[in-house]
Ligand binder design. Structure first.
Ligand code: S3P
Length: 174
């Protein structure tokens, strides 16, 4: 039997561009809590952007950093909202960090969401694994079941106008 999580953390998972960071900020505001972002923690640790880490050291090195952050979160962070990078689900101790909320969408929904953002170009450019749409779609298919299985709560983001609405709905569920 898996150990019940008592950290009080909420962990947001889902594909690139699903709105995890924005939703984390909304939830933190509504719940009068604080939010953390695993990608931001890594960028701060390394003093450079994720794009540069991928370019210089490659994906494997980035995944090692994600694991380091995951162990740190498990040991040190409580009662926080944590947004994660789309591939963070591969860390060994994910379930021990907090209650997992999956932001579910279709691939087309994700692309539409990013494309409609005022800074769409930058949003695509900063994500190394979103450069080749065909490969990104394959990754999306591969990860769908994994997200689903890990989730304690799944929210279908395409049903909501924005992250504020999603946050309100989630809070009703807690
Ligand atoms: C990744 C998602 C990115 C970032 C990195 C790798 C992935 O975060 O961690 O580019 O493997 O899906 P977002 O989900 O915030 O785009």
């Amino acid at each position: 039997m898996s150990k019940a999580v008592s950290s009080g953390n909420l962990l947001l998972i889902g594909f690139m561009g699903a709105g995890k960071s924005t939703l984390a900020k909304e939830l933190a505001k509504e719940l009068k809590s604080v939010c953390l972002d695993t990608d931001k923690i890594i960028e701060n640790m390394e003093s450079r952007k994720i794009k540069k880490i991928f370019e210089n050291e490659g994906e494997e090195y980035f995944r090692e950093l994600e694991q380091k952050v995951a162990f740190w979160l498990e040991k040190n962070v409580k009662n926080s909202i944590i947004s994660t990078g789309g591939g963070f689900i591969a860390v060994k101790n994910l379930k021990k960090i907090g209650k997992i909320i999956y932001l579910k969408s279709t691939f087309e929904g994700i692309i539409k969401r990013i494309s409609e953002h005022p800074k769409a170009k930058a949003k695509f450019a900063k994500r190394p694994l979103l450069q080749d749409k065909k490969k990104a779609k394959e990754l999306f298919k591969k990860r769908g079941d994994i997200y689903e299985k890990l989730a304690d709560i799944t929210i279908n983001i395409e049903k909501y106008k924005n992250e504020k609405e999603m946050a309100k709905e989630l809070i009703k569920l807690f």
